[in-house]
Design a binder for this molecule. Structure first.
Ligand SMILES: [Mg+2]
Length: 141
């Protein structure tokens, strides 16, 4: 978020949102409400224009990219990563998600519906019959 940096290497008291209980599932609507409250409480609505939010989102994608920069290909599940690296990754993934949710809200786009519609459109564009078993050029040699 605004001024956000990873917590890696910083002393920061992070509140436990669930009092030590396992996290319950969260919906995009929950996040939308939390982001709206967060901005309103800080009088940040004035800064949350579509353009500003888009640029903030792109900046967070850059921060997310930095985590993977120069590591080469990494295996799924990131088994060799330290816990603090995964924590940082979770923070940057969250920054991207939260700005995306906020941007869609400010633009009046129902992200739930839009995302589901896009999955359907992708299914039409990429039929299973034509895609399943597809091999890369390297595998096909
Ligand atoms: Mg960030």
């Amino acid at each position: 978020m605004k001024g956000g940096e990873g917590t890696v290497g910083r002393e920061i008291e992070v509140p436990n949102p669930n009092n030590g209980q396992p996290c319950k599932s969260v919906t995009l609507e929950d996040l939308k409400g939390k982001m709206a409250d967060f901005a309103k409480e800080r009088d940040w609505d004035q800064f949350h224009s579509p353009r500003n939010l888009l640029l903030a989102l792109v900046g967070e994608v850059g921060e997310l990219s930095e985590i993977f920069q120069w590591k080469g290909e990494v295996p799924k599940g990131l088994p060799d990563w330290k816990e603090e690296e995964k924590l940082h990754l979770g923070e940057e993934l969250s920054d991207v998600l939260l700005y995306l949710v906020r941007l869609s809200d400010i633009c009046g786009v129902d992200l739930d519906k839009a995302a589901l519609r896009k999955v359907e459109l992708n299914a039409i564009k990429y039929p299973v019959k034509q895609c399943k078993g597809y091999k890369t050029a390297e595998e096909d040699v």
